[in-house]
Design a protein around this ligand. Structure first.
Ligand code: ATP
Length: 358
């Protein structure tokens, strides 16, 4: 029997609650499948670890998880620690050295969930956003001089490389090709940004030639926000830079009903390093410890993890279980307007896995 070693990094806030729920669901799924198993190794990295040790993860942290098959991540963020420290100290400290350059974010209006957009239900909003996850605006290049003085200056330099843009375009075109509509929108800002974004467009056009069966178009990022809200059915697969996709995918999550549902995968497509799966929401300290965090975003991320591991039947079974549960408004957490707890939703998904005879 195949055993997958999974590094579980719950992080901070509701991250611990939803990752615990995710681990339970994955164990139930393995038991139901009978053909594979999980070994979960838990790592207590994050804000509390920082307060004890002065860093978000140990110096050799990456070596401790380098040989795992995948990483299940919760959220990094702490009210007493600046966000750039928590982000760069943990999440980006894993994503960047592990070259998880493709960040994939599916968005759908699941059964039983109401989109804030009028007249929009399942078929009209079914997107996958591909975010460039290794360079661009979040390259970490920049600096500050004259700190604290009136003449202080600061830069964040966006770095785009031909190799980096080519690989994310190829990934996005391939993904679009594998979806029924074979439709890709390349988000850009080449009207105002004359260098890197123009190269981004050029590379898109070059890579497009390798995929003649994919229909593609370009959208300026500001116009894209309008298209997402006014004509969501005109969109299928989307590729955008690190910053643009960061913003657009939060909008996408809200349009699909709640931030608590949205999943994401940080992929190293070549498999040289482990890939990382996480809900897109943050630590949500306002609801921490109340037992009401929506675990669906983590469960859906677990679906993506199973697909990545090659366990497609188990991934499909978990997605069916999720959809059965969301279809029942009595099992909605407060972010969806319901009264259910994390525990109830988790138990219901585990029950739906057991009851699934497909
Ligand atoms: P961070 O600083 O770590 O990004 P945040 O609290 O600023 O975290 P999010 O956690 O992403 O931001 O979400 C904003 C709000 O959305 C939260 O304060 C919370 O009320 C709600 N929310 C997010 N995720 C969930 C969830 N899984 N279940 C219920 N509500 C959620």
């Amino acid at each position: 029997m195949k055993t997958y070693r999974i590094a579980a990094i719950p992080g901070d806030g509701i991250g611990t609650e939803v990752v615990d729920a995710g681990v339970e669901v994955l164990k139930a799924l393995a038991q139901r499948a009978g053909s594979f198993d999980f070994q979960f190794d838990h790592f207590d990295w994050g804000g509390e670890y920082y307060q004890k040790h002065g860093r978000m993860m140990p110096e050799d942290g990456r070596d401790q998880i380098r040989n795992h098959h995948a990483i299940l991540f919760g959220s990094a963020g702490h009210p007493d620690i600046p966000d750039h420290i928590t982000l760069w100290g943990l999440r980006l400290a894993i994503c960047q050295p592990f070259d998880q350059y493709a960040n994939v974010r599916p968005t759908r209006v699941l059964p039983g969930i109401t989109s804030p957009l009028r007249h929009v239900s399942g078929p009209e909003l079914d997107w996958v956003i591909v975010r460039e996850n290794s360079e661009g605006e979040y390259s970490g290049v920049g600096g500050r001089v004259h700190q604290g003085h009136a003449i202080e200056a600061a830069t964040d330099v966006s770095i785009m490389t031909r190799a980096g843009v080519t690989r994310i375009m190829r990934f996005a075109f391939q993904l679009a090709q594998g979806r029924p509509r074979k439709l890709l929108t390349v988000v850009t800002k080449s009207n105002a940004q004359r260098y890197a974004m123009v190269m981004w467009d050029e590379v898109a056009a070059e890579v497009a030639k390798e995929f003649p069966d994919v229909t593609w178009d370009k959208a300026i990022v500001d116009a894209m926000t309008m298209r997402m809200t006014l004509k969501p059915w005109s969109i299928d697969t989307v590729v955008a830079t690190n910053l643009h996709a960061d913003i657009l995918s939060d909008l996408a999550a809200a349009l699909a009903g709640s931030l608590g549902i949205a999943p994401t995968a940080n992929l190293n497509p070549e498999g040289l390093f482990p890939s990382m799966f996480e809900p897109i929401h943050g630590s949500a300290f306002d609801i921490m410890g109340k037992g009401i965090a929506n675990p669906i975003g983590t469960f859906w991320s677990a679906v993506m993890m199973l697909e990545h591991l090659g366990e497609k039947p188990a991934a499909d079974r978990l997605m069916r279980a999720i959809e059965r549960v969301t279809a029942n408004p009595d099992l909605h957490t407060p972010d969806l307007g319901g009264k259910a707890s994390t525990r109830q939703v988790t138990d219901a998904v585990i029950g739906a896995i057991a009851a699934d005879n497909t």
